[in-house]
Ligand binder design. Sequence first.
Ligand SMILES: Cc1cc2nc3c(=O)[nH]c(=O)nc-3n(C[C@H](O)[C@H](O)[C@H](O)COP(=O)(O)O)c2cc1C
Length: 211
Amino acid sequence: MKNLLIIVSLLFTTTLFSQSKVSISLNKPNTERGLSVMKALSLRASASKFDPTPLAMQDLSDLLWASNGVNRPESGKRTAPSAINAQDIDIYVFNSEGVYLYNAQNHTLELVVTEDNRKIISNQDKDTYPPVILLLVSDIARFRRGDDATKAEWAAMDAGIVSQNTLLFCASAGMEARPRAFMNKEQIRELLNLNSNQLPMLNIPVSYKQR
Ligand SMILES: Cc1cc2nc3c(=O)[nH]c(=O)nc-3n(C[C@H](O)[C@H](O)[C@H](O)COP(=O)(O)O)c2cc1C
């Protein structure tokens, strides 16, 4: 029965993405799942191999919410803190169907680019790409004060915090992840049409554990 549910869930995810929908509603986060924070900390490690199986919709939804979702709807504040509450970190989701932008306030994915572009961000991964790669982009124009050096510092700190949310969620959910600063930023900027205030900070491949 459990296997059947996983297969149905995967089919549902594949169908949703294969239609390359412009906006995809994510599932409500399951805040009851996962290991304790202490257990997740004891398991957290950067993976070097990734299983290609697509993530189920609930897992993708929970991954994004845990990373930087809205946890206090009354104020719109997030699971990750940000300097002066600028909420500068955007998460782009690269998968086999395209690139999507996580809209945290609506808990949706918005289509940015059709087609698989994981190779651009994932030249470390050789032949087998992870099913999902998260790209953290800081929009430093959202910092309403501070000089450029200060904004760059805040952007790095904010990206680091979002990244740790992602990594701890993955450890807690039995999934693999690795934070990576190396990437071809010029190609990424071009692909996503980023402006000069939008800085690619880290990318994080995520997968299930290899079977
Ligand atoms: C800011 C930052 C940038 C990183 N960049 C890369 C990278 O570009 N490529 C990579 O393979 N690993 C990268 N890593 C992962 C580190 O190599 C890894 O965290 C380190 O070896 C310690 O291993 P652990 O995470 O399993 O404790 C990065 C980690 C951090 C925190």
